[in-house]
Design a protein around this ligand. Sequence first.
Ligand SMILES: [Zn+2]
Length: 59
Amino acid sequence: MECTYCDSDLARYEPVFVEETDDGERLEAGGFCNYACLSAHIDEAALTDDDACEWRPDG
Ligand SMILES: [Zn+2]
């Protein structure tokens, strides 16, 4: 298996695996060689944009 972000071979690292839930079902969202790659992937994919937990003064 390879890192979702940088395509490195995960066997050479202590990989971080991510899962998402969809209607209570767990889906594999990717594997990363470390938290730096996970963080970079999040930034690149803009996964935190338009997040529901964003504070909105208008409600
Ligand atoms: Zn990586």
